[in-house]
Write a protein that binds this ligand. Structure first.
Ligand code: GLU
Length: 407
């Protein structure tokens, strides 16, 4: 299997064949503006010193300051961060917000760190990067395994170093530290608005059977939002495995069960399944909400969902995309489906700079029409070029970036 950046470049090659954007423009997008690798020494609680590898990729800032989260994961490496930065560039363009694309990370197993060690690592990340970050330069946010509390430490560290007290250098902060209402559920909520906009067009029923891979912030909130809207969530999983319950899972009870037992398995009335089995369940809507490269050449042929909605970044490989397209299974791409997170991040940045605080109702009232509009435009682009929704989204994003570059 290719690394995520090779997948991203295969997608770029593909769109360049569908629409002529000019070789120079495509060449500009083949590498990030800069990728920065840092070394972060952290004093551990036992007095020893551990050295961690960290990254910030500033992919492209044509549309605005670099924007994108920071991931803490043992498998995080530069090619993953570059791919995620590339997708952030497209995501912001698709959503129509004045932000560019970036991404950051640290190669670390966060479960091995105490709270104090995590704080020292997070502050260390900012110390090494404070000169390239800034509200008008590069604005990080949470991603896999990074929390509002981590954003708070980072914003505080940046403020100490630079004197900037707006908080606008980082989004996804806790509510009482300049965070936006709705930010914690915004990725899943945005995905739901996209789904609602496209549901009928894509021939899905009123009440869908839903399967979700991932039970972190995004997967858990998605399960909750879809169930509350009257759909039936029949299977969910986390990194250890999943559960299946044909008549629907009570998500609140499942979240409690996971809190008490540390895993999803053994949930009352359900049967345990593997992550692989989960992807192959017959359902209306399959939502990958965890990691890259889970729907691959090896399993795409076995997918029995009617639609795939990507709340994770990069879950479908280019080969799997082809297979699903031929099988007539539309994939609502990550750069549209999960863009609610970064849009509300942009709202947070805007509120911080204007010293405002919007209600959750206001936030979602602004978010919804933006995602409805992006969804309709992408469907139109895909139909015009007789291509997939992913390629429709790429066309929309690249047209917007190219237009701005020219201007
Ligand atoms: N990490 C999220 C994403 O992949 C949000 C990024 C942000 O809010 O800047 O879209």
């Amino acid at each position: 299997m290719q690394n995520p950046f090779q997948n991203a470049m295969a997608q770029l090659d593909k769109v360049a064949k569908i629409k002529d954007f000019g070789d120079e423009f495509i060449a500009c997008l083949r590498q990030p503006d800069r990728d920065i690798r840092i070394t972060i020494p952290v004093k551990m609680d036992d007095g020893s010193m551990k050295v961690f590898e960290g990254y910030r990729v500033e992919y492209n800032n044509t549309l605005g300051p670099y924007k994108g989260g920071i991931r803490y994961h043992p498998n995080t490496e530069i090619n993953e961060v570059k791919a995620l930065g590339f997708w952030m560039m497209l995501k912001c363009a698709v959503a129509g917000i004045p932000m560019g694309g970036g991404k950051g990370g640290v190669t670390v197993e966060p479960k091995d760190l105490s709270k104090k060690e995590s704080e020292r690592l997070s502050r260390g990340w900012i110390q090494k990067l404070s000169d390239v970050l800034g509200p008008y330069k590069d604005v990080p946010a949470p991603d896999v395994n990074t929390t509002p509390e981590i954003m708070e430490w980072m914003a505080d560290e940046y403020g100490k170093i630079t004197g900037d007290k707006t908080g606008a250098v980082i989004t996804g902060k806790p509510l009482d530290k300049g965070g936006s209402e709705g930010r914690n559920i915004s990725t899943a909520q945005g995905g739901f608005y996209v789904f609602e906009t496209l549901r009928r067009e894509l021939g899905l029923p009123e009440k869908c059977k839903v399967v979700i891979q991932g039970f972190g912030n995004v997967g858990n909130n998605a399960a909750d939002i879809w169930s509350k809207a009257g759909h039936v969530v029949i299977a969910v999983s986390d990194s250890k495995g999943g559960i299946y319950k044909a008549d629907g899972i009570d998500i609140k009870k499942l979240a409690e069960h996971k809190k008490n037992t540390g895993s999803l398995s053994g949930f009352e009335g359900s049967s345990n399944i593997t992550n692989q089995e989960l992807l192959e369940i017959e359902c209306d809507l399959l939502i990958p909400a965890a990691f890259e490269n889970v729907v691959t050449e090896a399993n795409a042929g076995k997918i029995k969902a009617k639609i795939v909605l990507e709340l994770a970044n990069g879950p479908t490989t280019p080969e799997a995309d082809e297979i699903l397209f031929k099988k007539n299974i539309p994939v609502i791409p990550d750069i549209l489906a999960n863009s609610g997170g970064v849009v509300v991040s942009y709202f947070e940045w805007d509120q911080n700079l204007k010293q405002e605080h919007w209600s959750e109702k206001e936030v979602f009232e602004k978010l919804r029409p933006m995602l409805e509009d992006a969804s309709k435009k992408i469907l139109e682009k895909a139909r015009e070029a007789n291509t997939s929704l992913r390629m429709g989204a790429f066309i929309l994003a690249l047209e917007r970036i190219k237009e701005k570059m020219r201007g």
